[in-house]
Write a protein that binds this ligand. Structure first.
Ligand SMILES: Nc1ncnc2c1ncn2[C@@H]1O[C@@H]2COP(=O)(O)O[C@H]2[C@H]1O
Ligand SMILES: [Fe+2]
Length: 277
């Protein structure tokens, strides 16, 4: 067993996950992204996750945790996410500054875990990929990531696999956003295709819910904990849907059930006149 593997042991019939994504926190606690205070909306999501009573085993934070590369933003993320009280795994998004992110998250002395490979219960593995290309919004899996992915799939052929990455592989039917997708999605697909146990692909980045199929895999994209993008819009456009999160259940027989939840006890309205960030 590689030392870089996290083992979540469980005798239950499923492993239950919470995904939070694209919190876009700032140095300033009053920092806003297009009119939404991102710390307030993140805190509201966390509090409604706890209020929901949903029992989860692990938490996945799928990138764009901080908007302005600030130490304070990453410290705030660590302080806030501690409330969820379960182990938190993370990947970078296009906006994250990895040297700082790695340093601060790893030294948080909380519930944050740097490992990217999870053996989840007896039947699943979760693979957390880094699709960031430094300084640009689109994504790409580098050779190391592709090789690592292939090696893990080969090492655990009997485990079902959930692949987690920040960038999207399926069109949102929005030209402005789809230009920022995963560029080498065909290479990604070719890497997965020999392995029959790959079941799902989970991402953030597109700030909207998608539950679809792509090349036979279950595709899940999740609302941001702050602003939402409008689907099917070729020009930049914000949605008035509320911040959200996702519940995911990895069942022992290899199926995934999931649902997106949105906050209900508060309302965050963005400034829809702005045309980007
Ligand atoms: N008007 C725009 N046109 C194209 N890209 C944009 C625009 N506004 C923001 N973006 C980028 O698109 C990205 C999509 O989601 P992100 O949160 O990664 O951050 C966004 C910005 O980096
Ligand atoms: Fe984002």
């Amino acid at each position: 067993m590689a030392a870089s593997t996290y083992i979540f042991d469980s005798d239950r019939d499923k492993v239950r996950l919470i995904q939070v994504t694209d919190s876009h926190l700032f140095k300033d606690e009053k920092g806003e992204l297009l009119g939404i205070n991102t710390l307030a909306s993140f805190e509201q999501v966390l509090s409604e996750i706890l209020d929901s009573g949903y029992e989860y085993d692990l938490v996945l934070a799928t990138g764009d945790l901080v908007q302005d590369s600030s130490d304070e933003g990453y410290h705030r993320f660590c302080r806030s996410i501690r409330k969820l009280e379960k182990t938190v795994f993370w990947i970078p998004g296009n906006h994250d500054f990895q040297p700082k992110m790695f340093d601060i998250l790893n030294r948080s002395n909380g519930n944050i875990e740097p490992k990217k490979h999870i053996l989840a219960g007896k039947h699943w593995q979760i693979l957390m990929l880094d699709s960031q290309v430094f300084g640009v919004p689109h994504g790409q899996l580098g050779q190391y990531q592709i090789d690592w992915l292939e090696a893990k799939l080969r090492d655990y052929p009997d485990r079902y696999a959930l692949i987690v990455l920040h960038h999207h592989v399926i069109s949102t039917n929005s030209a402005w956003l789809d230009q920022h997708n995963l560029r080498n999605m065909q290479e990604f697909a070719n890497t997965l295709s020999p392995f029959r146990h790959v079941k799902g692909i989970l991402c953030g980045h597109i700030h909207q819910q998608v539950d679809d199929q792509w090349k036979g895999y279950q595709i899940m994209a999740t609302p941001s904990t702050c602003i939402q993008f409008k689907p099917d819009s070729n020009a930049f456009s914000l949605d008035l849907l509320q911040p959200g999160w996702r519940e995911i259940e990895l069942h022992n027989e290899g199926t995934i059930t999931t649902r997106v939840r949105r906050i209900q006890k508060a309302s965050f309205l963005p400034n829809t006149h702005e045309e980007g960030y």
